[in-house]
Design a protein around this ligand. Structure first.
Ligand code: HEM
Length: 295
């Protein structure tokens, strides 16, 4: 592989992987903070509020890391993928700018209110702030997923004679049908990550026999919300996403599954090392017919 290309890919992959770990956790925690604030409002018990305050502070840290790792990514579109940015900037620049202008400001303004304004805005105002912060963080994800959905399944654009791509329909970009399953699947994954972290912290409290009341609340909330997300991740969102790939990107699906030839009753490979030169999967552990059945 060309060295410069490898470095560009490695550089981008490193930053985006690092960014995503924190963005994903933030989006999951934002939902759980909103659930805790809703319980606090409904049941009028102080300890839900105390629990929410604890996670708001953790959120502030993961949000901060999400921001400082997200900004370099925007620059890397220009530095690492300059030709792509020049050609498709008229389309992807829209959603990336909207992420910064709408979602980021919504999320960060209301995070400030959640951290410092509880006494000023009162219980209902504080609950509204948690709702706005959740919406803001999930909107960040929406605009980024819309950008990626356009790259995977381009809609509403036109190619000019010089090769530049321009946007023809804003609606087609923002309501690209590819977004539906990609976004819902992704957000449920983020929520599940938050649930694992919250219930994990709760479990540590219980094992150490410290803050038992919070330990129980964290485990209960994490496990209940996490169980719902796990089911929805498989069906309908994972299934819908898989069907989109099978229909529109069969070669990607074949590559994901290590399948080199079109066959009837294709097996699902659980393990194996793809040998691209010999076009075969070495040491495969296969489930016969399962891939064809799934697609
Ligand atoms: C190439 C890909 C990406 C770029 C260029 C990017 C860009 C950015 C930028 C500039 C920020 C900081 C300020 C702001 O919110 O505008 C940010 C933060 C954020 N991004 Fe990304 N991002 C990328 C991938 C993702 C993905 C895949 C998701 C989730 C679906 C995501 C979700 C978020 C969230 C939730 C935040 C707020 C910070 C936080 O809550 O941790 N980003 N991103």
């Amino acid at each position: 592989m060309d060295d410069a290309l490898f470095l560009h890919r490695f550089h981008f992959a490193f930053t985006v992987t690092f960014h995503y770990v924190f963005a994903q956790l933030s989006m999951g925690l934002a939902l759980i903070i909103f659930i805790l604030k809703t319980l606090a409002l409904k049941r009028n018990e102080a300890y839900y509020n105390q629990a929410a305050r604890f996670w708001i502070r953790i959120f502030a840290i993961t949000f901060g890391i999400g921001v400082v790792t997200g900004i370099p990514l925007e620059f890397q579109f220009g530095t690492n993928w300059a030709q792509f940015a020049r050609t498709a900037g008229g389309v992807i620049g829209q959603t990336l700018a909207m992420e910064g202008l709408f979602a980021f400001f919504l999320e960060s303004a209301f995070l400030g209110l959640l951290l410092f304004g509880e006494k000023r805005v009162g219980p209902v105002g504080h609950w509204v702030a948690s709702l706005a912060m959740w919406v803001g963080s999930w909107l960040s994800g929406y605009f980024i997923i819309a950008t990626n959905a356009w790259m995977l399944h381009p809609q509403g654009y036109r190619i000019l004679p010089g090769g530049e791509i321009v946007l023809e329909s804003f609606k087609a970009l923002l309501l690209n049908p590819w977004i539906l399953w990609q976004y819902t699947h992704n957000q449920l994954g983020a929520a599940l990550t938050g649930c694992f972290v919250v219930s994990g912290v709760g479990a540590v409290y219980l094992l150490l026999d410290r803050n038992r009341e919070f330990g129980r609340l964290f485990v209960r909330t994490g496990v209940i919300v996490g169980a719902i997300c796990s089911v929805l991740l498989i069906f309908p969102t994972g299934d819908g996403q898989g069907q989109n790939i099978a229909r529109y990107q069969p070669v990607t699906l074949a590559a994901m599954e290590g399948l080199f030839e079109t066959v009837e009753g294709a097996p699902l490979a659980i393990l194996g090392q793809p040998d691209t030169e010999k076009q075969r999967l070495d040491n495969p552990l296969l489930l016969p017919n399962v891939l064809s059945f799934m697609t």
